[in-house]
Write a protein that binds this ligand. Structure first.
Ligand SMILES: Cc1cc2nc3c(=O)[nH]c(=O)nc-3n(C[C@H](O)[C@H](O)[C@H](O)COP(=O)(O)OP(=O)(O)OC[C@H]3O[C@@H](n4cnc5c(N)ncnc54)[C@H](O)[C@@H]3O)c2cc1C
Length: 378
């Protein structure tokens, strides 16, 4: 039977970045990265805003805050080194209220997270920079950017394969059995014409299965159910903007603490295509349909900061789903990276609730996992 040092489940951006950091730390390690789909990044990692977040919103001391701020710098450096297209486009967070304490609270929160480049912009300055926007004042974040996330994932995969990683698409892990040698991993390989089974041993097992992390965790023999966090799906839909893009920056409303996302904001890809979203709706199953009927609700939310928008300029685009560990009206959960000491199973590392800013934080999540394995000596 084949033996690997490390098996990673899930070739989303996080699984790919974990493999990259592990190969930097352990160049001789044998790593297999399995993916249930025919290609990498088909789920949350390709259904997102493609924003490199600065680290403004997350509670100080949280993993989200720390890994976002570290990950942002690591991601810009990676993009420079490997020529992944990106732009430090900058972002404006707008408020329409004259005496708005929320803006200063947000600036204070960002500072506590180590984000010390925010600028306060008054109405006049906003008008000059973004004539199409209406706002009383705002915060400008110069270190927020956008990137070509597909190119980023493709680069990670190519580098990993050049360093000897085995990439196994169409390979679903069906169960994991801890043993004295590590783990016996059982998989199902979808070879189009027929389905085969394949088993192998791995010393370490990293569950980076995104929306299916809890489902995969439940197949790990002897893993106490109490160590698996709760699981919620929170859908976010996007609409493309038909017309000339009037914005030079990313435009965000103030986040509503009642909402599960950052509010319906503008984002744009590197070609300048403007889109709005995502909204936030808890759902029961993974379904990426966009609801055209949401057009007028979107238009209403966007007109608060972009008054000249007409609803028929919004065209249904795509949807993504946030893997949340907290439900509606609950305090937002942090990233969970569960190590062997948490589960009591040697060699087991699991990631849960890797919602936004998971793209930004991907390389620092990779370093975090790699450091856990280093500590425990491979
Ligand atoms: C609407 C939306 C907008 C977002 N915008 C941003 C943003 O602008 N900036 C940012 O930093 N973050 C953003 N995020 C967050 C970011 O997209 C995620 O944190 C990141 O993509 C998570 O990557 P992942 O690899 O953990 O998950 P995924 O991309 O879901 O990858 C997990 C993979 O595991 C595979 N898998 C599952 N089960 C198995 C199994 N049993 N065997 C084998 N393979 C399996 C799946 O097929 C999948 O490919 C956004 C998220 C959403 C939903």
């Amino acid at each position: 039977m084949d033996r690997f040092d490390i098996c990673i489940a899930g070739a989303g951006v996080v699984g790919l970045a974990i493999a990259h950091r592990l190969l930097e730390a352990f160049p001789k390690a044998s790593i297999v990265l399995t993916e249930q789909e025919s290609s990498f990044g088909q789920h949350t990692s390709s259904r997102l805003s493609e924003v490199i977040h600065a680290g403004i919103y997350y509670p100080p001391g949280s993993l989200k805050a720390r890994l976002c701020v570290e990950g942002k710098e690591a991601l810009y450096a990676f993009c420079d080194k490997y020529r992944v297209p990106y732009r430090r486009i900058g972002k404006l967070i707008l408020s329409n209220s004259d005496c708005d304490q929320a803006i200063s609270k947000l600036a204070h929160n960002a500072k506590s997270n180590g984000v010390d480049d925010l600028e306060y912009w008054a109405e006049d300055r906003i008008k000059v920079a973004e004539p199409a926007v209406r706002a009383a004042h705002g915060l400008y974040s110069p270190s927020t950017g956008i990137l070509d996330s597909h190119q980023y994932m493709q680069t990670l995969l190519t580098l990993n394969q050049q360093q000897g990683m085995l990439y196994a698409p169409r390979t679903t892990i069906t169960s994991v059995h801890p043993s004295e040698q590590g783990f016996l991993v059982k998989t199902k390989i979808d070879n189009r014409s027929k389905t085969e089974t394949y088993r192998f041993n791995s010393k370490w097992f990293v569950n980076s299965a995104g929306l299916w992390s809890q489902h995969l965790a439940a197949t790990i023999e002897n893993l106490p159910a109490s160590s698996i966090p709760k699981h919620f799906l929170c859908k976010g839909e996007y609409f493309d903007y038909r017309g000339r893009n009037p914005f030079s920056h990313l435009i965000y409303p103030l986040p509503d603490p009642e909402l599960a996302g950052l509010g319906i904001h503008s984002t744009q890809d590197l070609s300048g295509q403007l889109r709005f979203g995502p909204d936030a709706e808890y759902v029961e199953e993974v379904d990426y349909q966009v609801t055209p009927d949401k057009r007028s609700t979107f238009a209403q939310a966007i007109r608060i900061y972009f008054p000249s928008l007409a609803a028929d300029q919004l065209v249904p685009a795509y949807a993504g789903i946030r893997p949340k560990i907290s439900g509606p009206n609950e305090k937002p959960g942090d990233f969970v990276v569960s190590c062997p000491q948490d589960s009591g199973i040697p060699g087991l590392i699991q990631l849960f609730g890797i919602e936004s800013p998971g793209l930004t934080a991907s390389l620092s999540i990779g370093s975090y996992v790699s450091a856990s394995i280093k500590e425990l000596s491979l």
